[in-house]
Each structure stands twice: as C-alpha cells, then as structure tokens.
Design a protein around this ligand. Structure first.
Ligand code: AMP
Length: 315
C-alpha cells in the first residue's frame, strides 16, 4: 500500500453556521485530509501544534492508523481559525486566522518519509509547502491546495507551488480570484499553463471539475445530502479521497483521475455531515463504495442508470 505524506494545518476552529456555533473543535487541513485518506492508505502527517493541543486529538488521528511522528509540538498556541457560513453553507467567511506556532515554523520531513510516493501539500503557508517540496525525493504524484488567504498574502509563492505540483486542487472562487477572470474555463487554462498535469476545481454542493493539460475535462455533481451540519474541511476531505484512491491504484492516468474525483466528492460528503472530523470518523470503506456507486448512477443514462440505485431510491 503506497504511503501518503501530508503537510498542512492542524488547528482548533470556531465554526458558526446559521444554525449552530461550535468552539475549539479539532480542525485544520491536515486533520481532515489525513482522516479521509486513512480510509485508503497509510498516511504520515508533517505539521506543528502548540502546547495547548490536546494529546487526545492526536490520539484520534492515531486511532485511524495515521502516523503522527512528524508532528512537532512547540511552545506557543496552535493554529486557530474562526469562520462563518451563510444559509447556502458554501463559502466560509474567515473572521479570524491566528497562525500561532505555524507562523515561524519550518518543516523537517523525517528521512524515512522523504521517499513517500504520494505527497499532499494541504492548505498552509506556501513557503512551508515549498520547503517540503525541497525535502522529498522523487514522488510519483504531488498535489497541492491553497486558499484566498494565501493568494492575497503570498501570491508568488502559491504560483511557484502550483507550477511544481502535478495536481492543483482549488475552490471555484479561488480559481477565479487567482486567474482574475470570471470564466472558470479560462482560469483552468491559466493555471494549467503554469505546469500541472491536472487541475481540480471544487464547487462545494455542486461537486467538482477536473481539467487535464491535454484538454480532457470531467465533472461530477456532489453527493446529494439532505443534512449538512458543517462544510468546513470538505475540500481537504476531497483531497484525501482523491489521493487515497490514486494511492491504492498506483495509477494517475485520465481514467483513474476521473474516478479519484468521484472518491473526492464522496469523502467530502462525509466530512460535511458533522462538525470537525466526526463525519469522516464515521465513514467506512463500504459506505464510501455505496456512495461512489450511487453517484455513478446519478450521472448515468439508460441501463446504467437503472442498475445504480440513487440515494433517494425507495422513498
Ligand atoms: P476547507 O473547508 O476544506 O477549506 O478547510 C478548512 C480548514 O482549513 C479549517 O479546519 C481551518 O483550520 C483550516 N484553515 C483555515 N484557514 C487556513 C489558512 N489560512 N491556512 C491553513 N489552514 C487554514
């Protein structure tokens, strides 16, 4: 089973939706990613936490078989993020970001992890992502994510990370922001021109699009859910399902990338059903498989559509 290395934030989040507010819940891009990807492969996390980080929260990751030995503990506060969602429960409005120990931190990838074949540069300061890229040796696939915060604060470094990754995964709004265009198609062309083989544009409740440098395109809706409690982490869970699937197959051709996108939206669907990582913790390989098949059925026609019962079947 090929291993996945991830670097990204480990955080405590305050999340406010129109229906509920939760404070100090375990969050961070690396947390969501690793729990999702652990449903597929062995995951190794490189990151940093402060003195306030509860050992039991690292235990929640270890309980999934996630290797936390690359997580340093430093004097100071852990990363904190405070975000709010409106009724559409899609785009988060960041009310506060406190980098805490991530502010000064420079990652050291343990030697044993430098040969990891799959590397995910989860959302974090792009300088940290670049540091990790300098330390890994010959990964089969490097994927990266980022967000508006870093596009505003360090656009040049984000651009460099994009140009060195095989797969760029970004929100629709951020793709538009980065390329400074309304057209997602044009934004895709701009980003792919930097060098990656594939671009994933995440569209929240509308699913995700895949653009390939050779001109190929694929898109899928999101898994239809009636209950969304907290959209936080959907994008990171997406990346976990996406990378997880590729790591299991060991292949990154166009067909596997398409399947990986479906695995991504399925993983995202579990993440949003509960606050923090609880929705992902409740997911099983069987439940993933069932949602994968249901999604295939939704976009199929004719005999294929009949064969795959969707989530509303039997009502
Ligand atoms: P997502 O909803 O997939 O974009 O991921 C949300 C997670 O990213 C939250 O748990 C936050 O702790 C974390 N996060 C928010 N802002 C940042 C940032 N500027 N850098 C790194 N991680 C962040």
């Amino acid at each position: 089973m090929p291993d996945i290395l991830v670097v990204g934030s480990l955080a405590y989040d305050d999340v406010q939706t129109p229906f509920e507010r939760r404070r100090d819940v375990l969050g961070g891009a690396a947390s969501y990613f690793s729990v999702a990807a652990s449903l597929y492969s062995r995951v190794h996390v490189v990151g940093v936490v402060g003195q306030d980080f509860d050992e039991a929260d690292l235990g929640r990751l270890r309980a999934r078989g996630i290797d936390t030995s690359g997580i340093e503990r430093k004097p100071g506060r852990s990363f904190r993020w405070f975000g709010r969602y409106d009724y559409d429960m899609s785009t988060a409005e960041t009310l506060n970001t406190d980098l805490g120990v991530f502010g000064e931190w420079r990652p050291v990838v343990p030697d044993a992890l430098r040969d990891a074949p799959f590397v995910f540069l989860a959302n974090i300061h792009p300088a940290i992502q670049l540091d990790v890229l300098r330390q890994v040796r010959t990964p089969t696939l490097v994927a990266m994510d980022s967000m508006n915060f870093w596009l505003e604060h360090d656009r040049d470094a984000v651009t460099e990370v994009m140009s060195r990754a095989h797969v760029v995964s970004i929100n629709e709004g951020e793709a538009r922001q980065f390329a400074q265009t309304f057209s997602v198609i044009r934004a895709a062309r701009t980003i792919l021109a930097l060098g990656p083989t594939a671009l994933v544009v995440k569209r929240g409740e509308h699913g995700a699009m895949l653009f390939l440098r050779d001109g190929g395109m694929f898109w899928t809706p999101a898994y239809p859910l009636e209950k969304v409690q907290d959209p936080t982490g959907a994008g990171d869970a997406f990346a976990g399902g996406f990378m997880g699937h590729l790591s299991v197959t060991g292949r990154c051709d166009a067909d596997e990338l398409r399947r990986a996108v479906i695995h991504g939206v399925v993983a995202g669907s579990f993440a949003v059903e509960a606050f923090s990582i609880a929705g992902l913790e409740a997911a099983t390989p069987e439940a993933i498989e069932a949602r994968y098949r249901a999604l295939r059925g939704i976009v199929a026609v004719g005999a294929d559509a009949v064969a795959e019962a969707g989530p509303l079947a039997g009502r």
